[in-house]
Write a protein that binds this ligand. Sequence first.
Ligand code: PLP
Length: 344
Amino acid sequence: MKVDIQKLIRRNILNLEPYSSARDEFKGENGIFLDANENPFGELNRYPDPYQSKVKQKLSEINQIPTENIFLGNGSDEVIDLAFRIFCEPKKDKVLTFSPTYGMYEVSANINDVELINLDLDKNFQIDFGTLKSYLNDENLKIIFICSPNNPTGNSIKNIKYILENFNGIVFIDEAYIDFSPEESFRNQIKNYPNLIVSQTFSKAWAMASVRVGIAYASKEIIKFYNNVKPPYNISQLNQDTILNTLSNEKINQVSENIKIIQKEKKNLIESLKKINLVKKTFPSDTNFILIEVENADSVYQKLVNKNVIIRNRNSVIKNCLRITIGSPEENEKLIQALQNINN
Ligand SMILES: Cc1ncc(COP(=O)(O)O)c(C=O)c1O
C-alpha cells in the first residue's frame, strides 16, 4: 500500500520553519562558544546536543537501525503528544484506540482537541477487525494507536499486520513493555512501512523511569518532522549521559538479568495469586505487571492501601480488575501476605 506521508502532515507543520539553535549551525566540539548566551562558568553551563547523536549512534549499533530513523523524546509520552501535533488538525482530524488501553492517548487527544474513536477490545482483549474495517477509509482518521503488549490487560495484540496493510494513515505501535514479551518488536518493519511509528521507552525494562527518555523508530521522513516540532533541547545532557552509560555492554547484561528475575517473580506471583480465594482470575501477561479479577476491586484496593501496599485499581475500566506491578521478591512477598490477610 502506497502511503504519502506529506499528505498526512498538518499544513502548518509542513510549512514550518523550525527553530534553528546555535548548536544546529555549528557542529564542532572545539572552539570559543560565544553563540548561545550561556554562562562561561560551571560544569553544566552548555546546552546539550539537540539531536542526542551519541545516544542515537549507540542505539543504532545495538538495533541495526540508522540514526536518521530514531527520535528521542522526554519519555514516550512526548513521542505520543508530538504525533498529535505533527499529524492532527485540531477539531477536524481523528485518532483511534482500542480500549481498555494506556490513558495518555486519550489525554493527548483532549489536550490537542482531536476526536478520539474508542473501539472496545473483545473478550480476549483482542481487536475486533470486523468493527475496525468500517473506520479504515475515513480520510480524517490520522493515527491508530496500538499498545502491544497492552496496558492494563498485559497481552500482546494479534494481527497488527492487517492494519499496516490496510490503513493509509499513521500506525503508532506503543511497545513500552516489549522487552518483557516473547513477541518480536515491530521496529524492524519501519523499512517496509513508511507510515509506521514504533515507540519504546527506557522507563520499564531499562529501569530508568526517572530519566524520562522514550524512543520513536520511524521512516526518515517522519523523524524529520519530529525533529522540526520538538523543543530544541528536549533531553538534558545529564539524561543523555545517563542513557549512554546504561547502553554499555556491562549494563545491558545487568538489564537482561533483571528482566529474567522479573519474569521469574511474575511466574511465582501468578502461582501464589491463584491460591488466594478472593482472586477470581489472573490474566496472561507479556509485561512486568499482572491483571487480576477479584470479587470487589474497590474494597480489596482500599484494604491494601490501608496496609501500605499500593496497586492500580482498574475497576473503572475493567470491572473488578486490579493491576499489579511485579516488584522485588520482598515486595511481592509482602503483597501476597497482605492479600492472604484480607482473604482470611
Ligand atoms: C503503554 C505505555 N506507553 C507509554 C508509557 C509512558 O512511558 P514513558 O515513561 O516513556 O513516558 C507508559 C507508562 O506507563 C505505558 O504504560
